[in-house]
Design a binder for this molecule. Structure first.
Ligand code: ZN
Ligand code: ZN
Length: 388
């Protein structure tokens, strides 16, 4: 449901500041300034609705004088007979005055000023107020320039020292952890092969299913889970929300007609509120019930870790674990894949040390000879530098 009506607008004189001049009035009553395209029409509480007879007096938006820019009322008179009320110039030009003149804009939404008294609201003056801060700070520094410069030098020096400290620590950390070349006399090479051994022995286990190869099986009923069982219903009251229209709100927009009047379109928008009504509903009641299943306890033969056999050797002895013997009693045994670890006894950095090296590189190292290695300080692992 919409309502359309033509209403009276107002304007403020931008020249002398006179407020609340009725829209169709073309001259400021205080300074006689003739309004032009810069004028802003607005709606106010006393924007009366015009009667059809009053509306009929307006033939269209004001035309703009080609000479001085003043807005003149549209009367429907032909172009060649128009004379500006402000500068008294005729509106004829080269084309003989057949093209229409420019007019005040129409269809532009106008502001709605709530009341006459708020025309001078403080909001309009905030723009002119001087910014409260920044001036004070500038003055403070200006009042004692020497002290502030001294403070700045001090601050810069502190930051610089701190920075140097951090950079220094960083480089130091980097130098400590980076591998460095170390010259070493290799005294002896030796290795170790570790072979994990497992045996297949009986193990007691339990499960919901029986695996293949299980023996000495015993069964029992055990609770495996629970399930919900409905044992009845219950009546319960609940609050059910619903929307109810409690009234309407009028929403209006006004656009300028370019002649000091405006067209206001209002529509009624319903207002809803959430209400509650009480309803009863049937709610199921549940009981938790245990669910039983068969649990198997059994014995089964499984490979279990038994021990680690160690074979050691020196120099170029083949790193093999063939000598590791497996027993068959009381249970069968098996070997898992062996792990080789290689060592170098060296004289380096003025002392005897034992290093670890990848076994592939071990074969390239020659005993009783000086060689170069890469070594991280504090670490036991080295790599061979094969550049010599
Ligand atoms: Zn004025
Ligand atoms: Zn004029």
């Amino acid at each position: 449901m919409t309502r359309r009506e033509v209403i009276l607008l107002f304007w403020d004189c931008p020249y002398c500041g006179h407020k609340h001049i009725p829209g169709p009035t073309r001259r400021c009553p205080a300074c006689f300034w003739w309004r032009d395209r810069t004028v802003n029409f607005y709606e106010a509480p006393d924007s009366v609705v015009l009667s059809p007879a009053e509306v009929a007096r307006y033939a269209g938006p004001d035309w703009i004088c080609k000479a001085c820019g003043a807005a003149n009322p549209e009367t429907g008179a032909p172009r060649e007979s128009l004379v500006c009320g402000n500068c008294h110039k005729r509106q004829i030009d080269i084309d003989g005055g057949r093209t229409p003149l420019e007019t005040l804009p129409t269809g532009v939404a106008v502001e709605h000023q709530p009341s006459r008294w708020e025309v001078c609201s403080p909001r309009r003056y905030t723009g002119r107020a001087a910014p409260p801060m920044s001036g004070g700070i500038v003055r403070e520094i200006g009042s004692d320039p020497q002290r502030s410069i001294l403070a700045m030098v001090y601050a810069l020096a502190t930051v610089g020292l701190l920075g140097l400290g951090i950079v220094g620590l960083n480089t130091l950390g980097h130098l400590v952890s980076r591998p460095r070349p170390v010259n070493a006399l290799v005294l002896r090479r030796h290795w170790r092969v570790e072979v994990p051994i497992e045996e297949r022995r009986p193990v007691a286990e339990g499960n919901w299913t029986l695996p293949e190869g299980a023996y000495n099986v015993r069964t029992e009923q055990r609770q495996k889970s629970t399930r919900k069982i409905q044992i009845g219903t219950e009546r319960r009251t609940v609050q059910v929300p619903y929307e109810e229209q409690v009234g309407t709100r009028t929403e209006c927009t006004t656009v300028s007609r370019g002649d000091g009047t405006g067209e206001r379109v209002c529509s009624e928008e319903p207002i809803y509120e959430t209400r509650y009504r009480t309803e009863t509903e049937e709610v199921p009641i549940y009981r938790e019930e245990p669910v039983y299943a068969t649990w198997y306890s059994y014995t089964i033969d499984r490979w279990q870790p038994l021990r680690t056999a160690v074979v050691e050797g020196t120099e170029n002895m083949p790193r093999r674990a063939d000598t590791v013997e497996l027993a068959t009693h009381p249970y069968p045994q098996r070997k898992l894949s062996p792990k080789e670890i290689c060592f170098l006894d060296v004289y380096a950095q003025n002392r005897r040390q034992t290093w670890r090296i990848v076994c592939e590189q071990y074969d390239w190292v020659v005993s009783e000879k000086q060689q170069m290695f890469l070594k991280r300080p504090g670490a036991k692992e080295v790599t061979l530098l094969r550049s010599q």
